[in-house]
Design a protein around this ligand. Structure first.
Ligand SMILES: [Cu+2]
Length: 163
């Protein structure tokens, strides 16, 4: 199936959407029975055309769901990528959807198998800012989350850290 890209908020300038993160940032979102925990991206420089976003998706419901697509005003496209080891080389493969089985957790992390690739960044992702991303789930529907831009090597929340 083709990957649907929603292009919301086109009328708003990208600069207006890159705002400073408030000091107390409730960094968990909910769409139906899907909990989206700590969505973050790594900071990029002006020479980097692409970025990546990570988050933990938990399906607290009793029926399976799927992440169908994602979009953000700060990039041309958001694609779900899977890291696949090919010999000694790690390749990124585009996958159409991410399964979210009932009662389970799907982790999109720098060390894990999946991430959301932001291609065609319209400006660098600046450390300490946040930007919106729309996630579309098969059953939970469409929801907007705020992605926190962390340092370039960020691996996500450290154990025990509250966010
Ligand atoms: Cu990728």
């Amino acid at each position: 199936m083709s990957y649907a890209f929603l292009r919301a908020c086109r009328a708003l300038s990208v600069a207006a959407l890159l705002m400073a993160a408030p000091s107390v940032f409730a960094h968990e979102f909910k769409a139906g029975s899907i909990v989206i925990d700590h969505p973050f991206a790594r900071a990029t420089t002006s020479r980097m055309p692409n970025g990546a976003a990570y988050m933990v998706l938990t399906n607290q419901g009793t029926t399976p769901d799927r992440l169908l697509s994602a979009s953000t005003p700060v990039a041309t496209e958001v694609m779900l990528h899977m890291n696949v080891k090919s010999g000694d080389v790690m390749e990124m493969h585009h996958v159409a959807t991410l399964d979210l089985p009932a009662g389970q957790k799907a982790e999109l992390s720098p060390a894990g198998a999946f991430h959301l690739m932001l291609t065609g960044l319209k400006q660098p992702l600046k450390l300490g800012t946040v930007f919106p991303m729309t996630l579309v789930f098969e059953k939970a529907g469409e929801t907007q989350v705020m992605i926190a831009v962390e340092r370039a090597g960020a691996m996500g929340p450290t154990a025990g850290q509250r966010h």
